[in-house]
Ligand binder design. Structure first.
Ligand code: CO
Length: 376
């Protein structure tokens, strides 16, 4: 089934593929079921025991190897593709791969793959089908292709943010002394599904109360909320394969003045990072600027992670907002800005927004209040 929201930009994506491949010194790109395969086909394939690969070459129609029982998926595809199918008889896999490799002309060529996605299963079949091809990392080409979001993608990301924000607002009334992190996680997930998120959430929401909020990767526990606790939510929704990823921190009643103070510092760091972001700015500068606010306030050692990460069809992708990343931000790039301060044993505050680079700066897709608001 083709996805109407991504059907029209497919031609533009295929056109850009040629440039991305030649910049990376590659002749072709081979993808198995992954966000990148969906990006270039508009089709959703499942990773299963049956191998599926798409071979993409500049200007040519993609060659797709897939089981007969999935061939029907290509019928509605909004682009030309050559299908090479195999049956339930395992001896038909090799010939299907060989014919596809021949049709795509990859023998003896430099072929990019996604090292974190392609399995030994597909790689062995490809190596047999094109023994003189070099299969190398195509990560740079994939990043160059996918980093700048087109309008169709941005529309989906905006929707994913709206779903997540509405779900949080629907969940907050349930947060009161005595509820557990797990109970609130269940509520939040329920509300995300009700608001229209796809069932496959980008990640398991983090709900962290009190001292647990000092762990940036906390997992919801049976800890019951007490007055004076911080309440941290890190959650996101999925709109047809595009994700949101937000964090907000609240307080249950009055909190230790130092926790209120770090909340204010984090809010200023989030703001400073956002204001620093714009086209032509190195990604690392956004990290530097946000980090400086926290360092100047004397809490540098408690900001233990990078300021953000690219976001789109994956929760973590390029551009990474890390001090050493010299990659220049460009119009259409989407990423998180999420500084935090974590005081072990006491509590942590993180404020995370999803932003897109615009012609003259950046736009935040998320607009929930960022202050340390009281609950109940
Ligand atoms: Co994040």
């Amino acid at each position: 089934m083709s996805d109407p929201a991504t059907a029209s930009p497919l031609t533009a994506r295929h056109d850009r593929l040629a440039g991305a491949l030649s910049d990376a010194g590659l002749d072709a790109l081979v993808l198995n079921p992954s966000p990148s395969l969906t990006y270039l086909t508009g089709l959703h394939f499942h990773l299963s025991e049956r191998p599926v690969v798409g071979i993409f070459t500049p200007g040519g129609a993609p060659a797709l190897v897939l089981p007969e029982l999935e061939a029907q998926k290509l019928e509605g595809a909004p682009f030309r593709a050559k299908a090479f199918t195999y049956s339930e008889d395992l001896s038909t896999w090799g010939p299907a791969f060989r014919e596809a490799a021949e049709a795509a002309g990859i023998e003896g060529k430099r072929v990019g793959v996604e090292p974190r996605s392609l399995r030994v299963l597909e790689l062995r079949l490809l190596e047999k089908a094109a023994p003189d091809a070099a299969f190398v990392s195509g990560e740079d080409a994939v990043a160059a292709l996918r980093m700048r979001k087109d309008e169709a993608e941005l529309a989906l990301m905006r929707k994913a943010v709206v779903i997540a924000q509405n779900a949080l607002e629907a969940t907050l009334p349930a947060v009161r002394p005595g509820v557990t992190e797990r109970e609130i996680a269940a509520e939040l997930i329920l509300h995300m599904l009700r608001e229209g998120s796809d069932g496959e959430l980008p990640f398991q929401p983090i709900i962290a109360f009190g001292a647990n909020s000092a762990n940036p990767h906390a997992v919801p526990t049976d800890y019951a909320l007490q007055m004076g606790d911080l309440v941290l939510f890190d959650w996101g929704a999925n709109e047809r394969g595009y994700f949101s990823d937000l964090t907000r921190t609240f307080r249950m009643g009055g909190v230790d003045p130092e926790l209120a103070k770090i909340a204010d510092i984090v809010r200023r760091a989030n703001r400073a990072g956002f204001e620093a972001a714009g086209p032509g700015v190195p990604a690392g500068v956004v990290d530097d600027v946000a980090r400086k606010v926290i360092e100047d306030a004397g809490y540098g050692e408690y900001f233990v992670h990078r300021t953000g990460h690219g976001l789109g069809m994956e929760v973590h992708e390029e551009p990474y907002i890390r001090g050493d990343n010299e990659r220049l931000l460009d119009v259409g790039m989407t990423f998180t800005i999420e500084p935090g301060i974590y005081l072990p044993g006491r509590g942590g505050v993180r404020i995370e927004d999803d932003v897109v680079i615009t012609e003259d700066g950046a736009e935040s897709l998320s607009d929930l209040p960022r202050g340390l608001l009281p609950l109940g």
